[in-house]
Design a protein around this ligand. Structure first.
Ligand SMILES: [Zn+2]
Length: 62
């Protein structure tokens, strides 16, 4: 994995009302608060709320 730990520490959830820490899990960055999953493209995290995968609980509501 090309994302360095010191870079990962600086990343937060891009959702304005969230802004929680992210953790690396299965090649995704997972928000520790809202559970959104951000994919990583070419070693760079795609921190766009509209592009995020929602947690399964949220997907079931739609
Ligand atoms: Zn979040």
């Amino acid at each position: 994995m090309a994302i360095r730990p010191e870079v990962l520490e600086l990343l937060v959830c891009p959702v304005p009302e969230c802004r929680a820490r992210l953790e690396l899990r299965d090649d995704r960055l997972v928000c520790t608060a809202c559970g959104r999953r951000y994919r990583i493209e070419q070693s760079w995290p795609v921190l766009i709320p509209e592009e995020a995968e929602l947690p399964e609980a949220a997907q079931n509501q739609s």
